[in-house]
Every structure is written in structure tokens, then in C-alpha cells.
Ligand binder design. Sequence first.
Ligand code: ADP
Length: 249
Amino acid sequence: MFISHLHYRLIGKRMRLVGLTGGISSGKSTVSNLFKAHGILVVDADVVARDVLRKGTGGWKKVVSAFGEEILQPDGEVDRPILGQIVFSDPGKRQLLNRLLAPYISSGIFWEILKLWMKGTKVIVLDIPLLFEAKMDRWTKPIIVVWVDPGTQLQRLMARDGSSEEDAQNRINAQMSLDLKRRKADIVIDNTGSLDELNEEFQKVLCEVTKPLTWTEFGLSRQGALSVLISTIVGVTFCRNIFNNNSRL
Ligand code: ADP
């Protein structure tokens, strides 16, 4: 009974970090919402990025000193549309903004993961638009890329944001190519079809993501880490006993 209870505890508290990414308007947020609707916890890098730019934070100070007070609203918060216009029309400034905020965003994501890990969450989806660019794909398995064909991507972006074709195309061109991201993926969700087709494909992905953990993933879990610690202590005690027994011989 003790063993089956222990087994239940070990199985019940494992953790998998799933990477979810895509290109602008490829349908990443739509897939992220499907995960949430199925009870999977999602850490959203865009939400973390918003938090690290709140008035008075370290990220806010760095960005204000680099871009000047003209990016601020009267209440002192960053005026995101203005900052967006500046960085989307200038690749150098975009890189600068990414460089300034990257450490704050990664540590924000890390803390979110840690909080969920402490609670014993089994599967966490990391919804990170710049998963590959920020090299955070190292920490996630499987990596899911939401892909669409270029024409559909452009049409959906224009429809969603009400932007002109030129503006939408510039935003797409400013990103790492979706085909390159596709080649780096473990799982590709082709979102060129209808929402019903997406839902159908998503069900298969959900099965893949929620299947039992591998031993490596288990080792990363809180219980896995505890097991390693316990086996190390047990191992050291066992070795000491052998050593003591031997020295008595
Ligand atoms: P991302 O988060 O990758 O930028 P979104 O999930 O916001 O992309 O999707 C972009 C737009 O396309 C949204 O308006 C969304 O409702 C729409 N959309 C996503 N998937 C489909 C689909 N399979 N069929 C039709 N519209 C879709």
C-alpha cells in the first residue's frame, strides 16, 4: 500500500515543459487558448513581457533611459503603441528593446515555472513568440510550432489588426521565417485550414503532450529532484555503512 501510494505521488507530481511558438497571426494564441480550455496551464511570455515593462520596474527603467521619456504616457506607463511603432520601423531599435528586456522576461518566465513546479503541476505550456530567437527552446520538449501558409498568414493578420497589406507584410518579414521555425519543431500544427480542422489536429497534440513522462522529464520534476536527493542520501548512508562494516573487519 505504501509503495502504490508513493507511486501515485510520484506519477501525480511530474512536470513537462512544452514549448509553443509560431509566427505573427499563425494561430499561436488560438492554440494557446485551446490548451487553457483543456485545463493545461500556460505561461504566456507576452503577459510576462507586459509585467516587466510596468512603471518603476527594472525593465521600465532600462527602456526609458534607452528610448527617452517620449515613449511614456502622462501616467508614466509605457505607451505600447508608440514603442511598437518605433521598434517595428527600425530593426536596430527592435534588437535593442529585445536585448534590454530579454533577461527580465526570462527570469519572469522562470519564476512562473518555479511557482507551478512547487505546486506539482504536471504539464506547463510555455507560449513564447521568440522561443527560438531567445534560445529558450533548449528548455522545452516537445516544441510545437503553429504554421500557416504565407498567403493565409497575411490575410489573417490584415483581418485581425486592420492593417494594410504593406504594414502586415513588413511585420511578417521582420520575424524569423515560419518555415525555419517549422524545421526546428518536434510537432507542427498546420493551421491553414478551418478552426474545426485545427481543433481536430489539436486533439492529437493534446494526447502527445499529456502522455506519461519520460524518465528525463521525471528527473526534472519536483518529486524527481526529491527522489534523486533521497537516493543520494540513501546511497551515501549505504556506502558509509559498507565502509564502516569493512573497517571493522
Ligand atoms: P498569433 O497568436 O499567432 O498571432 P492568432 O491566434 O491571434 O495568431 O490568430 C490570428 C487570427 O487568425 C485571429 O484573428 C484568429 O481568430 C484567426 N484564426 C486563427 N486560426 C484560424 C483558423 N484556423 N481559421 C480561421 N481563422 C483563424
